[in-house]
Design a protein around this ligand. Structure first.
Ligand SMILES: Nc1ncnc2c1ncn2[C@@H]1O[C@H](COP(=O)(O)OP(=O)(O)OP(=O)(O)O)[C@@H](O)[C@H]1O
Length: 254
């Protein structure tokens, strides 16, 4: 098993945002989590990536129990994520934003920075090389030196992907990667996700754009009021009566 959750649960006071969810993420595939607003999708991501401690249950990654690990340790193990509202420095360039990602894999510290040691210089070079590699991979080469604040929405999304990829992840969690972009741009981002999978990265995404998900995902889990109500291929999900009911008549997944 690559990454599994067992009875994963999160309560906020009296509200059960994620309720005893068993899920298995398939390696080398595009896994998707869908569900109506407030279903618990982002909370589920936050539990896996260590941003919230679960109230109960477990997260196991490649046989290691990562349930209560701090998020930086989880990231070191090869789990990266993007956020719904992109978490970028608007007044810095694409390169400067992305360079930060690979610092996770380096060892130099404040003393190295003060004394400008050989190790620091070497690692700075490695971070720059990694940043250039992922900038090229995500199709951002022509905007490398531009301020993030001046980019289109799609370019910002690609920058967030690039930042996550610079951490050298095995699995990448994308929270609504195509929110706020037009259909052509959505298509471009879907292509980029397929390219990531071809490169060997496992993708797990939350998305509201059903047409995109139905075409793109290998496997889908549906959450509703914090509970898993279905899991399967796009075809199975499309024809699942419980899912259709949860989406109020089913027009949303047609
Ligand atoms: N930090 C928090 N404190 C209290 N309640 C929270 C917190 N985060 C989320 N919730 C609640 O948990 C429930 C699930 O929220 P969550 O954001 O995970 O849903 P979602 O499926 O991602 O929704 P959306 O599709 O609208 O982004 C909601 O009722 C939300 O109000």
């Amino acid at each position: 098993m690559f990454l599994v959750t067992q009875q994963l649960t999160k309560k906020f006071g009296g509200l059960v945002a994620v309720n005893e969810v068993d899920f298995s993420i398939e390696k080398g595939k595009i896994n998707a989590i869908i569900g109506p607003n407030g279903a618990g999708k982002s909370t589920f991501f936050n539990l896996i990536s260590g941003f919230h401690p679960p109230s109960a249950g477990k997260v196991i990654f490649k046989g290691i129990d990562i349930t209560n690990m701090p998020s930086n340790k989880i990231a070191e193990l090869g789990i990266a994520r993007t956020f719904q509202t992109t978490n970028l420095f608007e007044q810095a360039t694409v390169l400067d934003n992305v360079i930060v990602g690979h610092r996770l894999r380096t060892k130099s510290n404040l003393l190295d920075a003060i004394f400008r040691t050989k190790r620091l210089k070497l690692e700075e070079e490695q971070c720059r090389e990694k940043a250039m590699e992922v900038i090229e991979f995500t199709g951002l080469k022509k905007v490398t030196g531009k301020l993030v604040g001046s980019l289109t929405q799609e370019e910002k999304k690609r920058t967030a992907f690039a930042l996550a990829l610079a951490t050298d992840p095995e699995i990448l969690f994308l929270d609504e990667p195509a929110a706020g972009v037009n259909p052509d741009e959505t298509e471009g981002l879907a292509e980029l996700m397929k390219k990531m999978v071809q490169k060997g990265i496992t993708v797990c995404l939350i998305e509201h754009k059903m047409q995109m998900i139905m075409k793109l995902a290998d496997k889908i889990m549906v959450l509703n009021y914090g509970e898993k109500i279905a899991e399967g291929t796009p075809e199975e999900i499309r024809n699942n009566p419980t899912v259709i009911k949860a989406y109020l008549g089913g027009s949303a997944i047609a």
